[in-house]
Design a binder for this molecule. Structure first.
Ligand SMILES: Cc1cc2nc3c(=O)[nH]c(=O)nc-3n(C[C@H](O)[C@H](O)[C@H](O)COP(=O)(O)OP(=O)(O)OC[C@H]3O[C@@H](n4cnc5c(N)ncnc54)[C@H](O)[C@@H]3O)c2cc1C
Ligand code: SF4
Length: 488
């Protein structure tokens, strides 16, 4: 086994979409990179080789919670660009969704690069919310299954545009994806889901310039006594602790672990945590108020199929009868949702799920100074969710129920329970003003010259579409910036 590294041009903490893509972007430009990941590789289960995928719960119940690739190993691979208006201030029912310090046009070339890297398959057809693009999708969309195509036509017959979901799966000639029914929430045993490990980390490792340390935890980021320069990181693997010196440190540990790591790294120059001089670290949590919808056509079971191909994005902006954006209606994968409910209602829930074309509903949830994490010492004391736009979400839900009923679904089950919050972002948001943000517009910690945060933490708002492509695009933008600053 090669000795543990003691130095690197760049050290990246975390191998999710932010960290792995940053490693890829830097390695392509010749940098020497060390990626530190607390988890290990997920491996196919030889005893279940005939199953294309395994549900995430089966890995996580009582097992490790961290993996190379982060949660993208289980994601639905819906890779959307945020919409042009998401970069501007948008009024909502509970307050304003904040303006970003950059415009959509600043990120557009990197969105294109991100789509090529992750092999996104999509189309701009019938998506009125689609932002301008300088190049088409790298691959055409995944066509609807024969069971789904007539449903899409009945939705369109109401005058509604119905769009394809942009997806990052390796399907088509020579591809490994068989478009199975269980992708969302599942680990792909066929290596066909373009997650952070497959799309970015593996090609980065193949350059020979990137080294990955698995089962290794970053305990602290270290700085010079004046706190202006990161000197390296303190790592722990098994019982061994050691320091790695770095020219640049990038923390990419996700929306919760990144602020916690920066808090734990506090020192005399940063007494409340690195990047926390104005108390913004961990705060301004944003995301999506989200819920499920179960349109049921009748008492016949929906066959096993790859149904996550269509979305209705026609309600992304305000309308004549509601001044705020409603959000999106998106087909979900076939999820074994009954497994996570109490046994007494399990057969009932299973019946509904197996007889419906499950959909997600997502409305933007707004950040505030109060939303996010409060620290107590080295731990979180509490987490306050972002402000849900409840009336707007309920309006989206009513709209969706009407649409599916008009499309011939006899029953549309829309759970009454309070909606969940998904796609959490913003806990080290970027901005021009150090009094209200943690990072500058290039994702560098305000007041420091070589410490970056490149993961879901930087987003000041979540729009209403899935957020991961924006993390990937920003990683490519930051990679170009860091590479320009490294000694050749
Ligand atoms: C079931 C599911 C479905 C989803 N579907 C979609 C979808 O369809 N589309 C979409 O856009 N998004 C989806 N998401 C969200 C998506 O997975 C996240 O947005 C994305 O993974 C966030 O990337 P990140 O770079 O911020 O960090 P993460 O992916 O959270 O990665 C952080 C990494 O850092 C590591 N780490 C943390 N702390 C340390 C430490 N101290 N030392 C070393 N390593 C550390 C972690 O182990 C992890 O690997 C889904 C998520 C789930 C769970
Ligand atoms: S749909 Fe394709 S990528 Fe997704 S789990 Fe199935 S085989 Fe893997």
């Amino acid at each position: 086994m090669s000795p543990l590294p003691r130095s690197s041009d760049v050290v990246i903490i975390g191998s999710g979409p932010g960290g792995s893509t940053l490693a890829h972007g830097l390695s392509r430009r010749g940098a020497r990179v060390l990626v530190v990941e607390e988890g290990d590789f997920l491996q196919p289960d030889p005893a279940r080789a005939d199953e294309p995928s395994i549900h995430m719960q089966e890995f996580m119940q009582g097992g490790p919670q961290q993996f190379v690739g982060g949660p993208s190993k289980f994601y639905g691979a819906a890779l959307y660009r945020l919409r042009e208006q998401d970069f501007q201030a948008v009024p909502t029912e509970t307050g304003e969704s904040p303006a970003w310090p950059i415009r959509y046009g600043d990120l557009e070339p990197f969105y294109g690069e991100a789509e090529r890297l992750y092999g996104v398959r999509g189309s701009s057809h019938e998506d009125p919310s689609e932002p301008p693009r300088s190049q088409p999708y790298p691959h055409g969309p995944i066509e609807h299954e024969p069971y789904i195509a007539p449903i899409v036509e009945r939705l369109r017959a109401q005058g509604l545009p119905v769009a394809y979901i942009p997806k990052a799966v390796d399907v088509g000639p020579g591809g490994k994806c068989i478009l199975c029914s269980r992708c969302d929430g599942h680990y792909c045993q066929r290596d066909a889901k373009m997650d952070a490990e497959l799309a970015a980390l593996r090609p980065a490792l193949a350059t020979g310039r990137v080294r990955l340390l698995t089962k290794t935890r970053c305990l602290r980021v270290l700085t010079t006594p004046d706190g202006r320069h990161a000197t390296g990181v303190l790592l722990k693997r098994g019982s061994e602790e050691w320091v790695v010196d770095a020219g640049v440190v990038a923390v990419c540990a996700g929306f919760a672990q990144t602020p916690l790591l920066l808090r734990r790294s506090r020192n005399d120059a940063h007494p409340e945590g690195i990047g926390n001089a104005s108390g913004c670290l961990g705060r301004y949590l944003a995301g999506h108020t989200a819920g499920l919808l179960f349109p049921m056509r009748g008492l016949k079971r929906v066959p096993a199929l790859h149904q996550k191909t269509f979305a209705i994005n026609a309600f992304y902006g305000p309308s004549s009868d509601w001044p705020y954006p409603l959000g999106v209606i998106q087909a979900a994968g076939q999820l074994p949702l009954w497994k996570s409910v109490p046994a007494v209602v399990r057969p009932f829930v299973r019946f509904i799920v197996e007889h419906s074309v499950t959909c997600f509903l997502m409305t933007e949830a707004i950040s505030s100074r109060e939303s996010g994490f409060e620290f107590k010492g080295d731990e979180f004391a509490r987490m306050q969710p972002p402000k849900p736009n409840v009336k707007t979400f309920l309006r989206l839900r009513r709209t969706a129920v009407d649409i599916f009923k008009k499309a011939g679904f006899r029953w549309v089950v829309a759970p009454r329970s309070p909606a969940d919050v998904w796609h959490l972002v913003g806990t080290a948001r970027f901005g021009d003003d150090p009094a209200t943000s943690v990072l500058d517009p290039l994702c560098r910690v305000h007041g420091m010259d070589n410490l970056y945060v490149v993961d879901s933490c930087f987003l000041p708002s979540a729009g209403a579409v899935n957020t991961t492509l924006t993390v990937i695009a920003m990683s490519l933008r930051v990679a170009a910036h860091i590479a320009d600053r490294l000694p050749s």
